[in-house]
Design a protein around this ligand. Structure first.
Ligand SMILES: Cc1ncc(COP(=O)(O)O)c(C=O)c1O
Length: 333
C-alpha cells in the first residue's frame, strides 16, 4: 500500500524487494535503493533491477555466477549477497516455511562448506514468520553453527523478515541485546527486513451482507467480498479470520457461515456466532486484513474489488483507490 510509504519512511530506512516491480516501487515511492532478493533473476530485467538496488542477494551459486560480471561492471557499487538456508525453523505452516528439507530457497550449508565465491559480501537468511526475538535467537544459533566459518569475509548479514516486532508483548529489549551481542562477536553490519510488522493490525476489510441464504438448516451471510479473491490466505494457509463482534459457533446462538461473492464452492468460512440475528445491509468487519491480504488479492470472477481507504485519526476517511472494469479487463487479453 504505497500510499502509506511516507509514514513508513519515518520509521524505517531502506526497503526490500523480491522482483523488478517491487524494486522499482521502492525506488520511486519509498525513495530508496532496495535490498533485492529474488528466487531467480531474469536476464532481460537484471540491468534495471541493478539501477534500483543497493544490495542484490542471489538464491543460488549458479545465479551469482550468471550475473557476477554484470554487477561488477555496474556504474554504482552494488553489494552482493547469497541467501543461505539456516536449516532450522519453528514455522508449523509448510506454506510459510522456507527452511523445510528440500526447500528451493537458499543455498544449503553443504554447498558452501569450502567457502564463498569471490565478491560475495553478505549472507541472507529469511526463515521466520510471525516470530518473536526468542525464535530469532534459536535460529541465529543454528545459522552460526552452520555458517560461522564464512563470517570473516562478510560485510553484512541480513536476517530477513518475519520479526513481528510491533506485536503486543514483543520483547524489543531482548532483540536489541541479541543483535548487539551478535555484532560484538562478529564484525558485520546487521540488516533486518520487517515486512508484516509494518502492517500488523493496521486495518480491516469492511464487508456488507447482501443476502442471507439457507440450505439444510445452514444459514450463510452472502457478503460483497470474497475469501478466494480478496483474502486468499484464509483458504491457502488456511486461517480463520477474526470477525468483529462474532465468535466461533455456539449452539443456540445466531450462527452463520460467511459466504464470499465469487462462484467458487469453497469460498466461505464455517459458522461464526453472532449475538443478534443478521440481516441484509449489516456490516461484517474482518480484522487485520492488510499485510498478506492486500498484496495477494486477485480479480478472479471479476467480482467487485474492495477499495483502499485510509481512516485518519480525526475520523476522516480518504478513499485512495477504487477499482473498476478497466482494472479487471487490463489484467488479461
Ligand atoms: C526475503 C524476504 N524478506 C522479508 C520478507 C518480509 O517478511 P515478513 O512480512 O514476514 O516480515 C519476506 C516475505 O516474503 C521475504 O521473502
Amino acid at each position: 500500500m504505497w500510499s502509506a510509504f511516507p509514514i513508513v519512511r519515518e520509521y524505517l530506512k531502506g526497503a526490500t524487494a523480491s522482483s523488478l516491480a517491487e524494486a522499482r516501487l521502492c525506488y520511486e515511492e519509498m525513495k530508496t535503493y532496495s535490498h533485492t532478493y529474488a528466487a531467480v533473476y531474469f536476464p532481460d530485467e537484471f540491468e534495471e533491477i541493478m539501477s534500483y538496488s543497493s544490495h542484490i542477494t542471489f538464491n543460488s551459486l549458479n545465479q551469482y555466477e550468471q550475473y557476477k560480471e554484470q554487477v561488477q561492471g555496474a556504474a554504482r557499487k552494488i553489494s552482493c549477497g547469497l541467501r543461505v538456508n539456516p536449516e532450522y525453523s519453528e514455522i508449523e505452516t509448510e506454506l510459510y516455511n522456507p527452511a523445510a528439507p528440500g526447500s528451493r530457497l537458499g543455498v544449503a550449508a553443504s554447498q558452501v562448506k569450502d567457502g564463498l565465491p569471490e565478491g560475495i559480501e553478505g549472507l541472507h537468511f529469511h526463515s521466520l514468520c510471525e516470530s518473536d526475538s526468542y525464535t530469532l535467537e534459536r535460529t541465529l544459533e543454528a545459522f552460526t553453527e552452520r555458517y560461522a566459518h564464512l563470517f570473516p569475509q562478510l560485510k553484512w548479514i541480513n536476517m530477513g523478515g518475519g520479526h513481528l516486532m510491533t506485536k503486543e508483548g514483543y520483547k524489543t529489549d531482548h532483540l536489541i541485546e541479541l543483535l548487539k551481542d551478535f555484532r560484538q562477536k562478529h564484525d558485520v553490519e546487521v540488516i533486518l527486513e520487517p515486512g508484516s510488522a509494518i502492517a500488523w493490525e493496521t486495518g480491516f476489510l469492511a464487508a456488507t451482507v447482501m443476502d442471507v441464504v439457507e440450505n439444510h438448516g445452514i444459514k450463510t451471510l452472502m457478503i460483497d467480498v470474497s475469501f478466494t479473491a480478496h483474502m486468499p490466505d484464509t483458504l491457502e494457509m488456511p486461517y480463520r479470520p477474526v470477525i468483529r463482534g462474532a465468535g466461533d459457533q455456539i449452539p443456540g446462538k445466531y450462527n452463520y457461515r460467511i459466504g464470499g461473492t465469487s462462484c467458487l464452492a469453497g469460498d466461505f468460512m464455517r459458522e461464526y456466532s453472532f449475538d443478534e440475528p443478521m440481516k441484509i445491509n449489516d456490516r461484517i468487519i474482518l480484522e487485520d486484513m492488510i499485510h498478506y491480504t492486500m498484496v495477494k488479492t486477485s480479480m478472479f470472477n471479476g467480482v467487485k474489488h474492495p477499495s483502499i481507504a485510509i481512516l485518519r485519526s480525526d475520523g476522516r476517511l480518504d478513499v485512495v483507490r477504487e477499482f473498476g472494469y478497466e482494472d479487471f479487463k487490463g489484467r488479461l487479453s
